[in-house]
Every structure is written in structure tokens, then in C-alpha cells.
Design a binder for this molecule. Structure first.
Ligand code: SAH
Ligand code: SF4
Length: 355
């Protein structure tokens, strides 16, 4: 049996495991600090940890399991990493520079089964869920990269918006959040984390009740069921009315919700759609904001085009006039393969054609 990655354990799990072997909580705290504060890549670097404990960790765990396959850097500082998992699958992780900090977009699954009609990730059906350790390690890899640059920069924000549907890999995703939020380690503030979902309603309730206090983003993309079902077939299972009820429930806990809306030329970007959207959101409490997303063209989805600038502005202004808080997403890394899942799907095509 191969050893498992230590990044998969929450602090409580690590403490409980070490205690079984007679190592008290103080030792778990030290190990945790070495992992996430000093960010060692080898257990033997934990110089003030008892030798037996180091041996025990070495016998049972590994630290690194991902390898860097490709790294693309855009002129605005965005870096897209393609990592190879132990079983050879490729995943994407993106580092973005914002005025307010450094944010990392993580992948949660190898491919995605939700199959939205505009998305590059959905083209490649799900091969498997990532385990929690593999999601944590994406953050660590980026942090190692920053540590290497040596300017003391730290990942400050996380968006769970890479390949995959996080609520279709719920336990691993929650476990990941618990590790990165932990105050003794990476200590990324829960308010600086956003999880994006295509709208798996049951899980929105469960997640709300879990009280992790992170922000939620919902991929809405259409103001009515007919159109949303055309764009996202998951709407058949979780129609807009049910989704709205779950959003209201989440907002009761006072966290923020971002409603994501990709603008697709002539499909969902006209005045009538903006008015319908404003109407849909009129009884949603404060705390919900709309984020208009410029469509990133995907070769295989040539039925869609990017909206014209005048329509983007028109849509935005109509929402604002109706009192809806809204913004237009700032694009990152437009000179690299920026759309969700695009670098991975391109790379896989290239590697296939080279065989
Ligand atoms: N599965 C989750 C999270 C990953 S997708 C979800 O769907 O929310 C993250 C975001 O990227 C979603 O809002 C998704 O709609 C958007 N996205 C996917 N493909 C895109 C494309 N080609 N152009 C612009 N945004 C895209
Ligand atoms: Fe999956 Fe999200 Fe892409 Fe839809 S948009 S196919 S849910 S990754």
C-alpha cells in the first residue's frame, strides 16, 4: 500500500492519530506548524520533533504527491499550473494577483459530470474525485512557488472554481476547507474563501448548516427555467425556484452569495433577460450580488460567442437601475488558456495527437 498524503488530515485527525501512538497534542501542534507555517517538504526537516514521531510519520505518510507538468505565466502575473496526480491525471490550478491579495483557484475533480453546455471541463466526464489532500496540496504548491520567490507573499484568498463540481465531492471539499482555514496553519480567513456550485440544492442546505462561514457563488447563468435548462441541464433536477429557496436559507447565516452569470451573445444577454433577472432577485435579501462573466470561447462549444460590449454594459446598467448590486468580472490571464478547464483539455488533446 502506498503511503497517504499527510495533507489529507485535519488538525483534529492528526492529533487523534498521533495520540494513538502516545504522542500528545503539543507534538501534533509542532508537526502542524512545520507543515503549514514552515512548509517543509520532508519530515526529517522537523528538527525539534521527537525522532520516534518523525519515523512514525515517515512510515505512514508522504508530503508531496503532485508534480508540476506545465506552468504558463500571463503578462498580468496570472500563473496557470497543470499538475500531474500520482495516477497520471492532469489538473489545473491558477494563481491570480488582485489589488486586495493573491488568490488561488483550485480544482476539485478530474473532469466534471454536470455537463454544462458552455464549459470546457464538462467536455471530459469525471474520471474521479480529488481526495482532500490533493486539493490542499494545490494551495501548498502555489505557496511553495511564492516562498521560492522569497518576497514573503502569501496566498490570501481561495476560490473553489476550477475543474469539477465541489458539491459533488462534498466531504473532501469540506475537509480541505477545514485544513486551510485552521488558525495554527495556513490560516486563510473563511471570509476570503468562495465555493462555487452549479446549484446542487440539497448540498447548499447541508453546507449552510455546517457553518464554515465561507462565501458561496452560484452559477445561475439564466433568469428562467426554460433558458437555464438549455444552458445547464442540471436545472432539470434543481430548478430556479428551489435554488432561490436554498439561497435565501444560506443568506440567513449572513454570509455573502455571488450569483454568477456568463453573458452569451444573443442567448441570455438581452434587455429582457436583465429585466427578468432583476425581477427574480427582487425579494432576495441583501448580501446577494450578481457577477457578470465574459464568456471564454471554448472550441467545442461554437454555438456560443462572447457578448458585444454594448450588451454587457446595457445588461449591467439595467440591473443597477433596478437596484441589483452587480459587477463585471475582471478577466485574468487572457493571453494564456484562461477558461476553466481549457489548458487541461487542450493539453490532453495535444498529448493524444502525439501518441
Ligand atoms: N462547478 C462549479 C465550479 C467550477 S466552474 C460551478 O459550475 O460553479 C466555475 C465558474 O466558471 C462557473 O461559474 C462556470 O460557469 C464558469 N465557466 C465555465 N466555463 C466557462 C467559460 N467558457 N467562460 C466563462 N466562464 C466559464
Ligand atoms: Fe462542471 Fe461547473 Fe463546468 Fe458546469 S460549469 S460543467 S458544473 S465545472
Amino acid at each position: 500500500m502506498t503511503n497517504k498524503s499527510i495533507y489529507g488530515l485535519t488538525f483534529e485527525q492528526l492529533s487523534a492519530w498521533l495520540l494513538e501512538y502516545g504522542h500528545k497534542k503539543g507534538r501534533a501542534e509542532k508537526v502542524w506548524e512545520w507543515l503549514y507555517r514552515n512548509r517543509v517538504k520532508n519530515f526529517t526537516e522537523m528538527v525539534d520533533v521527537n525522532k520516534d514521531c518523525i519515523q512514525l510519520l515517515q512510515d505512514n505518510f508522504v508530503i508531496e504527491t503532485l508534480t508540476e507538468h506545465i506552468k504558463q505565466e500571463a503578462s498580468d502575473g496570472t500563473i496557470k499550473f497543470l499538475f500531474k496526480l500520482e495516477d497520471g491525471h492532469l489538473i489545473e490550478t491558477v494563481l491570480m494577483r488582485h489589488p486586495y491579495g493573491l488568490s488561488v483557484c483550485v480544482t476539485t475533480q478530474v473532469g466534471c459530470n454536470i455537463g454544462c453546455s458552455f464549459c470546457a471541463s464538462g467536455l471530459l466526464t469525471k474520471k474521479r474525485d480529488l481526495i482532500s489532500a490533493e486539493i490542499v496540496e494545490q494551495i501548498m504548491k502555489i505557496q511553495f512557488h511564492l516562498d521560492q520567490i522569497g518576497q514573503g507573499e502569501k496566498v490570501s484568498h481561495i476560490v473553489v472554481m476550477g475543474i469539477g463540481e465541489p458539491f459533488d465531492n462534498y466531504e473532501n471539499m469540506v475537509n480541505f476547507l477545514q485544513v486551510v482555514i485552521d488558525q495554527k496553519g495556513l490560516a486563510i480567513g473563511s471570509r476570503k474563501i468562495t465555493v462555487s456550485t452549479s446549484g446542487i440544492v440539497g448540498k447548499i442546505y447541508e453546507f449552510t448548516d455546517r457553518k464554515l462561514h465561507v462565501n458561496l457563488a452560484i452559477s445561475l447563468h439564466a433568469p428562467n427555467d426554460e433558458l437555464r435548462t438549455k444552458i445547464m441541464k442540471i436545472n432539470r433536477v434543481y430548478p430556479i425556484e428551489k435554488l432561490m429557496e436554498s439561497i435565501k436559507y444560506f443568506l440567513k447565516t449572513n454570509r455573502r452569495i455571488m450569483l454568477e452569470y456568463i453573458l452569451l451573445k444573443g442567448v441570455n444577454d438581452q434587455q429582457q433577460h436583465a429585466l427578468e433577472l432583476a425581477d427574480l432577485l427582487k425579494d432576495i435579501p441583501q448580501g446577494a450580488a450578481v457577477n457578470l462573466i465574459p464568456y471564454n470561447p471554448v472550441d467545442e462549444h461554437d454555438q456560443y460567442q462572447r457578448s458585444e460590449q454594448k450588451d454587457v454594459i446595457g445588461f449591467y446598467e439595467t440591473l443597477r437601475k433596478k437596484g441589483i448590486i452587480c459587477s463585471i468580472r475582471q478577466e485574468h490571464g487572457t493571453d494564456i488558456d484562461a477558461a476553466c478547464g481549457q489548458l487541461r483539455s487542450k493539453q490532453m488533446k495535444e498529448e493524444k495527437s502525439n501518441i
